[in-house]
Write a protein that binds this ligand. Structure first.
Ligand SMILES: C[S@@+](CC[C@H](N)C(=O)[O-])C[C@H]1O[C@@H](n2cnc3c(N)ncnc32)[C@H](O)[C@@H]1O
Length: 216
């Protein structure tokens, strides 16, 4: 896959010639990644690792042609798949495809900046962005994602978070990497030692309190 291979091409190039990078990414100031689709076998690996299935509400941040959304609904039977992308033409084509497939009740797509979106409903977030894009999303994830939510990222890590892979950082599939994170263990090293129900309830109350303070 071209994006991010070898020299982490686009990010590296961006530091060298920032203005041309922004044009190459569609001249969208909010964009943190160009459009490059995840190969379908990698999409399946991501969804397998995250144990996607019934009960999940999946958010694909930067949904491109919607392949993760369709695979999640049609093959993994998630309850709902929600996608955001800045590219209005892609979103328009995607909406048409969702309609043709009769999936408007299960797949929702929006043209917009995912940094402006409330992520609290998500139980599973999929990413194929850049390391710097993931870093910008990280505080939002820590504020908004609920306990137990999974974040699965193709090729790019969330720096400073711990993956759930016990014996290493990422899963390898040929030249592709997949990073799996579980909230809040990903950023609270000692969260996994919360054992009693009482402690879990206390943790939920604290997170709710912080969220309500955030909104004021
Ligand atoms: C590498 S593609 C990934 C597409 C799809 N998720 C996949 O894995 O096949 C990244 C997508 O993120 C979109 N994107 C980048 N920054 C965005 C932002 N701030 N808000 C919404 N979409 C964004 C781009 O337009 C692009 O379509």
């Amino acid at each position: 896959m071209a994006m991010g291979r070898g020299k982490r091409g686009n990010e590296q190039d961006g530091k060298i010639r920032g203005w041309s990078l922004s044009l190459a990414w569609g001249d969208q100031p909010d964009s943190v990644a160009p459009y490059v689709p995840s190969p379908i076998p990698i999409v399946r690996e991501m969804l397998d690792l995250a144990k996607a299935g019934p009960g999940d509400i999946l958010y694909d941040l930067g949904c491109g042609d919607g392949r993760i959304l369709f695979t999640a609904v049609e093959e993994y039977n998630v309850d709902e798949a929600v996608g955001y992308d800045l590219n209005s033409l892609m979103v328009k084509a995607l909406k048409q495809k969702i309609k043709e497939k009769g999936l408007t009740d299960r797949i929702k797509v929006f043209k917009g900046n995912f940094f402006d979106v409330d992520l609290t409903p998500a139980t599973l977030v999929t990413l194929y962005l850049t390391t710097s894009g993931n870093a910008k999303l990280r505080p939002k994830f820590e504020r908004e994602l609920n306990e137990g939510a999974r974040v699965v990222s193709h090729d790019f890590p969330i720096q400073g978070w711990f993956t759930s892979k016990p014996d290493g950082d990422f899963y390898s599939f040929g030249s592709h990497k997949v990073y799996l994170y579980i909230v809040p263990m990903a950023y609270k090293k000692n969260a996994s030692v919360m054992r009693s129900k009482g402690e879990e309830d206390r943790w939920s109350r604290v997170r709710r309190l912080f969220r309500s303070l955030d909104r004021t």
